[in-house]
Structures are given as C-alpha cells and as structure tokens.
Design a protein around this ligand. Structure first.
Ligand SMILES: [Zn+2]
Length: 96
C-alpha cells in the first residue's frame, strides 16, 4: 500500500497543530473508522479520513480507522504517537 500522500497533505493543511502523521496496518479498539474500504492513495480515502479527523475530540491527537486496512494517527510528534497509541495497538486489522 502507498504512503497516502494526498491524505496526509490535507491533514497537515487543515490542522496546523499536527506535527506527525503515522499510517500503520494495525488496529485499535473503539475508534472512529471509515465505512468503506477505499483504495490507498485515493481522494475518496483522503476525504473520508479528513472528515473523521475534523470531528475528532482532538484533531491534533486523533486515531482514525481505515476499514479493512489500518490506521491513520495524528500527533504532535512520532514519539508522542508511539507512547500514546503503542500500548493499544493490535497487529491484526479486523476484516468485515
Ligand atoms: Zn496502507
């Protein structure tokens, strides 16, 4: 899968407080997630993720699920993301 460049660019533009974005093929329970499994790197995926980040309690520290695919996580830095999300990571993405 590609490094969703369009998606990440949109997020940085809309949320200046975001210092890092991580995309991983793993999962975290209880997160908001896209309802459709859009292909990596498409404008549809970028829009769906951007919509969910916009309504997240803290857009600068959001964990968004990409259905049947993985996660896009925002944070002030990669270190902060690892510390906050690392303990909750599940290596298997639930498929539905
Ligand atoms: Zn991917």
């Amino acid at each position: 899968m590609s490094v969703d460049a369009i998606e990440h660019w949109k997020i940085y533009l809309e949320h200046p407080e975001v210092g890092a974005i991580m995309h991983v093929h793993a999962w975290v329970d209880g997160i908001a997630a896209t309802e459709i499994n859009y292909p990596c790197g498409t404008a549809e995926l970028a829009d769906a993720v951007a919509d969910l980040i916009r309504v997240a309690p803290e857009p600068g520290r959001a964990i968004i699920g990409l259905k049947n695919h993985g996660l896009t996580i925002t944070g002030p830095s990669l270190e902060e993301i690892f510390e906050r999300v690392g303990p909750h990571i599940q290596r298997q993405v639930p498929m539905s």
